[in-house]
Design a protein around this ligand. Sequence first.
Ligand code: PGA
Length: 260
Amino acid sequence: MRTRFIIGNWKMNKTATEAVAFVRRLSEEVTALDGIQAGFAPPFTALHAAGEALGTASPFLLGAQNIYWEDKGAFTGEISGPMLKGLGCQFVLVGHSERRQYFGEQDSWTNKKVLAALRNGIQPILCVGETLQDRDTEQTDLVIQRQLRAGLAGIEGQTLATMTIAYEPVWAIGTGRAASPEQAVPVHRLIRQTLNELGGSSEAGRRVRILYGGSVTPQNIADFLASEEIDGALVGGACLDPVSFATLIKVASGSNPTKA
Ligand code: PGA
């Protein structure tokens, strides 16, 4: 059984002071997580403050939005796995489409970042997704498979099965135009099938959590989670307000079939 996972991606929003206010409000709204996992990824500059505000007893996971693949050295401006681990990061987003689109992130980099996260005991969340042009020219399957095969190169067996993938169609991110579950579910199936091919058995496809991302809101989250293919959500805009994020988490735990 795959445990649902809701992740908030703050992107380039909130100062350290704002992060503390967010955590306080969220912790009032959600005191325990029932049968699901949830976490959020502040910018690097707010990780310490957010971690301190969460404290050690919080049910929320703390994550980062990016990682560099070397552990230390002359790489001005980069942040490494040991640095994130030292701040209490438990997961890290890798290959978010904004990194790919605006910062030239290559498939080969995502692989090095996934490996760096694993090496440092941080759970990588590999983000994949097609552009509108890819979808319009029926390249979606090819693009998703390429991103998966490249990003997960050299990752096998048990390790592959512990991965989390976020499927985020680029055209649905920040546009208010979420994919319909009918559009998302076939891609989630393709991702599972590709994972099985990579792992050489059905284990990875059975165990890997695949989240949907792209204009997820408290209003539409239940529609996505109604499919057994969709194990959670990566949320941008709707995670910035603590009450909205809390509502989303409550809907996700309330509609959890494992609790029925
Ligand atoms: P959005 O962003 O929810 O604002 O569409 C999702 C994401 O980029 O992870």
